[in-house]
Design a binder for this molecule. Structure first.
Ligand code: M6R
Length: 610
């Protein structure tokens, strides 16, 4: 969580920092700040609220200087106010620090420093870092050395950037558990917590590893291991296009990303089924022999990626006949990881940086599990730390509510299931071919739902005043109900819950009355009749039903207040398509309530704290 950017060079310093922060704001957006050195003197500006508050503050100030750092915050310790915003500043000489992560032992350090006479202003864990640097700067020769001594005290995670009046020509950065990259330019250099902040300036990127420090000057960057020797690091050339970070005429990133979904499916098929009917995962890097002898997949993920993982379980168990567990990363990490030596841990993540999921990978590696990650962001920590990777090829996802990457993960899970099923001989080539041919029609199916955006908007406006929603589904579309409910609650702040429809009568049915909308995911499937019974149970209690059904289903109209039809398709594909109307429903409900769709309150795109 939180975003860091820093720059040394001749460009306009405030512009580079503010644009960088804006592009990082999906990582946290409750307060922000910048610090700049000009003529050897450090100045800083901080504001509570979104980045435009800071922009309004510095607009017209004509800030000079060619070196600075900035931060956008997602509050962990202390309210999102100006005092708690970063940078945190020391006394004399002035040092500025921006920090991502959590310092777990900050209270002990704080007490110690207070007993030594240091005075604290904020409630944050981060301020202890600047006070430690201040203390060691008084005794040491360089900012780099003072920072090294300071981080020796820290337990927890950090991505840090520091600036000091004592060495006004350098930014020192370091990381442990929270990403830091260095963007290399010509007579200029950048630092950031991820490439989005710098990609419009340079595509030459160095990824700092845990426990490494970089000393960044205008024409030189040195890397070293903490308390150790200098190391060589090779820059990577990033292919991402900064255009993807624009809204391209859409009012919100979320809507743009929903509409990009047909293209995403086509891209995945081009990448993984490049010719004929053979599925090829170039970066799988786990031997087919392991999959043949496998007893169990353990899928671990958070949020929307966890929902994709449940669909993965249904598919892998049904077609590849592998027992598959799905766990929240935050739970799996602290459970006993039992292994019989024939399991693969699958991590599912859009960002590849989610702290809980990453911590599971690291823990699972200690227990010798092979790790396969389903990841969107290339070169993310999970990408780099996994044995094998299946990229979801969704392109850059900026809206905090995940849409196109979820759909991409479902397509990847289906292809992966077919691949594993073929390796294990649990499905025939013919069965696999049939599903691949059907998958090729999915972009068309999604487009047909996108064409119904106006109808879905009307339904959204009809129910937007309701303060509670239920979502129900069965089998492969039970996770669709969970995901539809999550989309709605995270961007509209309406309480919504997803249930396996069969569970309704075991408690939730008590909630149903004439004011409760129930979204029922009911395409043609093995459990269609059971779903229809559940919908009738809702209707019998005067609940309002919004039903996702298959074209040609005329029966359903009798029990539905509103129907959104999806095309006919094999059941295995229905979760991929039926999530699209629910994404649009959430979007239009949030819009009707005037909510900030792309940056909902209290959330951040990438959750890099545990
Ligand atoms: O980057 P990840 O997929 O690991 O992120 C996991 C969750 O934080 C994420 O899916 C979150 O639930 C989204 N806001 C959902 O829209």
């Amino acid at each position: 969580m939180c975003g860091i950017v820093g720059y040394i060079g001749d460009k306009n310093i405030t512009s580079v920092l503010l644009v960088g922060l804006e592009r990082l704001s999906y990582r946290g957006y409750d307060s922000s700040g910048i610090a700049v050195i000009s003529d050897g003197e450090l100045s800083w500006w901080k504001r509570a609220g979104k980045i435009h508050e800071l922009e309004n503050t510095v607009k017209g100030l004509n800030i000079a200087g060619h070196i600075g750092i900035g931060h956008t915050r997602w509050a962990t310790h202390g309210q999102p106010n100006e005092v708690n915003a970063h940078p945190h500043i020391s006394g004399t000489p002035k040092v500025a620090i921006v920090h991502n992560g959590i310092i777990e032992n900050y209270l002990d350090i704080r007490d110690l420093l207070i007993s030594e006479g240091h005075v604290f202003q904020s409630e944050t864990d981060s301020e202890v870092i600047v006070k430690l640097v201040e203390k060691y700067l008084a005794e040491s020769t360089s900012l780099e050395h003072a920072l090294e001594l300071a981080i020796n005290h820290l337990h927890g995670t950090y991505g840090l950037a520091a600036l000091s009046e004592t060495e006004p020509e350098k930014i020192v950065v370091c990381r442990k558990g929270s990403p830091i990259i260095i963007g290399l330019g010509d007579n200029e250099n950048y630092v950031a917590s991820d490439i989005n902040a710098v990609i419009q300036h340079t595509k030459k990127i160095v990824y700092l590893d845990d426990n490494q420090i970089a000393i960044v000057e205008r024409n030189n960057v040195r890397y070293k291991n903490v308390n150790g020797a200098f190391v060589e690091k090779t820059p990577q050339i990033i292919k991402w296009d900064s255009e993807a970070a624009e809204k391209q005429g859409y009012p919100h990133y979320m809507l743009k990303e929903i509409f990009e979904q047909p293209t995403v499916v086509r891209t995945i098929l081009e990448k993984y089924v490049p010719s004929g009917n053979q599925i090829v995962f170039k970066d799988l890097r786990i031997s087919p022999q392991i999959f043949k002898q496998l007893n169990r997949f353990i899928i671990q993920a958070c949020g929307t990626s966890w929902h994709a993982g449940i669909i993965g379980k249904y598919l892998l168990e049904s077609y590849a006949r592998v027992f598959t567990e799905v766990d929240f990363s935050s739970e799996f990490r602290y459970r006993q990881m039992l292994t019989e030596g024939s399991e693969v841990v699958i991590a599912v993540s859009q960002s590849g940086e989610t702290a809980d999921t990453l911590a599971c990978i690291r823990e699972a590696k200690l227990h010798h599990f092979p790790i396969l990650s389903f990841v969107n962001v290339k070169n993310s920590s999970m990408d780099r730390e996994s044995d094998g990777v299946i990229y979801s090829h969704a392109g850059q996802e900026i809206g905090v509510a995940s849409t196109k990457n979820y759909l991409a993960q479902l397509v990847c899970f289906l292809l992966f299931t077919l691949y594993i099923g073929r390796e294990r001989g649990t499905i025939t080539q013919e069965e696999s071919d049939t599903l691949i041919i059907a998958l090729q029609k999915v972009p068309e199916y999604i487009s047909s739902i996108l064409d119904k955006a106006d109808q879905i908007k009307t339904i959204a406006e009809k129910y937007g005043f309701c303060r509670e929603f239920l979502f129900i589904g069965r089998g492969l579309n039970y996770p669709t109900a969970l995901e539809g409910a999550l989309k709605l609650k995270e961007i509209s702040y309406i309480h919504s819950t997803g249930y396996a429809a069969g569970e309704l009568k075991h408690g939730p049915i008590a909630l149903i009355d004439s004011k409760l909308p129930v979204v029922c995911i009911c395409p043609s499937s093995k459990t269609y009749d059971k779903m229809v019974s559940n919908i009738q149970e809702v209707k019998a209690r005067k609940g309002k039903t919004i039903v996702i059904a298959t074209e040609g289903d005329t029966v359903i109209k009798n029990f539905a207040d509103d129907v959104i039809y999806i095309p006919q398709m094999p059941e295995e594909l229905t979760p991929i398509v039926s999530i699209v109307p629910l994404q649009l429903l959430a979007y239009y409900v949030a819009l009707s309530l005037d909510c900030d769709v792309d940056q909902p309150r209290n959330l951040a795109k990438s959750v890099t704290v545990e």
